[in-house]
Structures are given as structure tokens and as C-alpha cells.
Design a protein around this ligand. Structure first.
Ligand code: CP
Length: 304
């Protein structure tokens, strides 16, 4: 457990995830610490973000760090043709920890060839979003009391959804069952069903959301992501394909919890928000504490 960079959840161990859940719990109690006092955290977001960028910035501030960053790629020298490799080498000199989001799958693995400093992938295309997966796992642990023994339904865009891809690596470290709910066009890829087979996790695939709600402990809703479709007509065909409303939620177990990485478009009706099953805004707060724990963990393993 001496990691300094997090680009993917694929190589995280259960021991590490459990450790980070404990760290997040202790950050929840502490609220503010000076673990990163004197450090500079850079948030480089070359794709839109509300939660990830601002919760990393809030986490860094609560750990006593200073923050620099990019929220709009059009204001940077990448517009003049500077490469990502050069950009990261610049931030290697300006910051102690870098959090980066990029629209290209695989960008995070490429970038860490140019820096040894603590680094977090804040999302790279349809590939990975590891800090989201950690906060999602923490949320399941808090909301359901445990992860072992739970049935988790993943709903919506399972093809392009990087949060689903990252989370599957983490929840499959536990004794769970998985239900995939998607239209044929947005099915989970074999890469992930093979992962579940390798790890001995039982799963099923269906297009029926109502059936999945009845048998699950956790519903992980996702947005159909317009920005990942090459042909906008394909998006128009699929948008609105699954809508979870209060009536549907009430058909599930009383202990059912609904998660969503957010932002939502229309896949969860606002009448769900007032139900105790709606965990998605609590999930945002959990993200703050998980990111505090993660920044502390990566930074404490780094020696200049
Ligand atoms: N969940 C998530 O990644 O949200 P943002 O795109 O707002 O960062």
C-alpha cells in the first residue's frame, strides 16, 4: 500500500479500498486537517465537471493545501498546440499533486509517463473515473451497512459509462451479485463481464428496469451521455430509455438505495428526491471525505 498515483481501479486491492473507506470516515469526523499544509494541488480539467473538480478543490482546502487549476481548456496553451505531455511536465514543476480530467480514453496512463508526483485521474473519456468509484463504494458501505451480500443493479449507459467501468473493479472485490440493465446498444462490454467471471461474481443482463428494482439492494443509475455518441441520431433514439420514478422505487425493497454519480438528466424523476431511498446527494458529500482521504494517502506515500 504505497501508491502515489491513481489512474485506474483495476489494480486496487480490497485491503486498499477498505483502508480508504476508514480514511474517509475519519475525514468525516475531522472535517478539517493540516495533512496537506504547504502543498499545492493542481486541478486540470480539460472536460466539463462540477462535482469532481470542486470536491477535489474543497477536499484540498480542508486539508490545508493551496489550489491552482484549469476549468476551461480554451484558456490554456493547449489551444496554441501545446501537447498534454508538455502540459503535465509544467505542472510537475508547479504543483505537489495533480488531478486531471481529459476526454481521451487512456490519457491518464499516458500522462503519468511524464510525472512521478502524486496524480489522480479525474476521468479519461469512457475509460475510468477511479475517485468516483471509491466514493460510490464508500456510499454503498454507508447506505447498506456492508458491501458483501448485496445485489447491485447498474442501469443506463453501460457501454460508455466510465463510472460503471471503474466501480465494477471495486465492487467485484466483494461477495456481490450484479444486474446489468441497458438497451442492446449500450450493453456492458465483454471486458467487464469477463472480469466478473474471473472474480466469480454472478451477474445477469436484462432490459427490464422494473424487475431489477425488485431484486436489488442498490440501484446505480447513469445518464445516457450525449457527448460520447458520434451520431447524435443514435443518442436521440436512446435518451429517456430508463426513468426511475417514486412509484418504481416503492416497488423495491424498503432498504433499497438509489445511487447516481450525477449529473442526472431525466433518468431519475425528481419525485424520488424526497424518498429515504435517494442516496445521490449524500453520495456527493461522501465524495468530499473520500477525496480528502485519497489526497492524504497518495501524498503521504510520496518521497521527493
Ligand atoms: N460525477 C461526476 O464526475 O460529476 P462531474 O462531471 O460534475 O465532475
Amino acid at each position: 500500500m504505497n501508491r502515489t498515483q491513481l489512474t485506474t481501479t483495476a489494480d486496487l486491492t480490497r485491503e486498499e479500498v477498505d483502508f480508504l473507506i476508514k480514511e474517509a470516515e475519519s475525514m468525516r469526523e475531522a472535517r478539517h486537517t493540516d495533512d496537506l499544509k504547504g502543498k499545492v494541488v493542481a486541478t486540470l480539467f480539460f472536460e466539463p465537471s462540477t462535482r469532481t473538480r470542486l470536491s477535489f478543490e474543497s477536499a484540498a482546502a480542508r486539508l490545508g493545501a493551496s489550489i491552482i487549476g484549469v476549468a476551461d481548456a480554451s484558456t490554456t496553451s493547449t489551444k496554441k498546440g501545446e501537447t498534454l505531455a508538455d502540459t503535465i511536465q509544467v505542472f510537475d514543476k508547479l504543483a505537489d499533486i495533480v488531478v486531471m480530467r481529459q476526454p481521451t480514453s487512456g490519457a491518464a496512463e499516458e500522462v503519468i509517463k511524464y510525472t512521478k508526483k502524486p496524480f489522480v485521474n479525474g476521468g479519461d473519456g469512457a475509460n475510468q473515473h477511479p475517485s468516483q468509484a471509491l466514493l460510490d463504494t464508500y456510499t454503498i458501505h454507508r447506505e447498506a451497512g456492508a458491501i458483501d451480500g448485496k445485489t447491485i443493479a447498474f442501469v443506463g449507459d453501460l457501454k460508455y459509462g466510465r463510472t460503471v467501468h471503474s466501480l465494477l473493479y471495486l465492487v467485484s472485490l466483494y461477495d456481490i451479485k450484479v444486474v446489468f440493465v441497458s438497451p442492446e446498444e449500450l450493453k456492458i462490454s465483454e471486458k467487464y463481464t469477463n472480469l466478473l467471471k474471473e472474480r466469480g461474481v454472478e451477474y445477469e443482463e436484462t432490459e427490464d428496469l422494473s424487475e431489477a428494482v425488485k431484486k436489488s439492494d442498490i440501484i446505480y443509475m447513469t445518464r445516457i451521455q450525449a457527448e460520447r455518441f458520434e451520431d447524435p441520431r443514435e443518442y436521440d433514439k436512446l435518451k429517456g430509455c430508463y426513468i426511475l420514478d417514486a412509484n418504481l422505487v416503492k416497488q423495491g425493497k424498503e432498504s433499497l438505495k438509489v445511487l447516481h454519480p450525477l449529473p442526472r438528466v431525466d433518468e431519475i424523476a425528481t419525485d424520488v428526491d424526497e424518498l429515504p431511498q435517494a442516496a445521490y446527494f449524500r453520495q456527493v458529500e461522501n465524495g468530499l471525505y473520500m477525496r480528502m482521504g485519497l489526497l492524504k494517502y497518495l501524498s503521504s506515500n510520496y518521497n521527493e
